[in-house]
Write a protein that binds this ligand. Sequence first.
Ligand code: ZN
Length: 200
Amino acid sequence: MAGASDVTVREIPPRSGAAFVLQAGEVLRVIDPLGTQVSDLVAYNAADVREVISNGRTFDYEETIALTTDHRLFSNRSNVMLQIVEDTVGRHDFLLTPCSEATFCHFYPQHPVHRGCFGNLAEALAPFGIEPDAIPTAFNLFMNVPVLGNGSLRVDPPTSKAGDYIRLRAEMDLIIGLTACSAYASNGGSFKPIHYEIEK
Ligand SMILES: [Zn+2]
């Protein structure tokens, strides 16, 4: 893989998040280093953060909710933000919102409340002028949400194994928010780090 040997691998510790610029043409590789760990991804147009990744537009244009290699991720303005160029897992979710204080209260009343991916994204994105209300439904890398025959949803452990990854190419200059997810069910009951690197 060209360029893979001369890029820096960065770590997002368990139950935390990061935000960074990804320039047009660069490829973001997100790695599940230990396996069975979700990473929520959001994207904004770096030139105008009111333009944001949109699951609904993406489902419209790609005519599927099973997004993998060669699929494009669209913005609320119907522009392509990212294209998936490689995917060793093939199982991701774009239906469910980032876990948050409110979802912890709802699903895990027996556990301490955590700010979740939503709170982690809000803190990481604040320096870019992005407010919490501007956080959309994330593209949940490695998250395994089967849609059952009656339309109901289940959250199963990710199928990702240690070292699995997805690579996404930026089609415009972007601000990316990325997490190591904090929710119990999404991650098979334990919290692991996420690794990422930017191939220029
Ligand atoms: Zn989460």
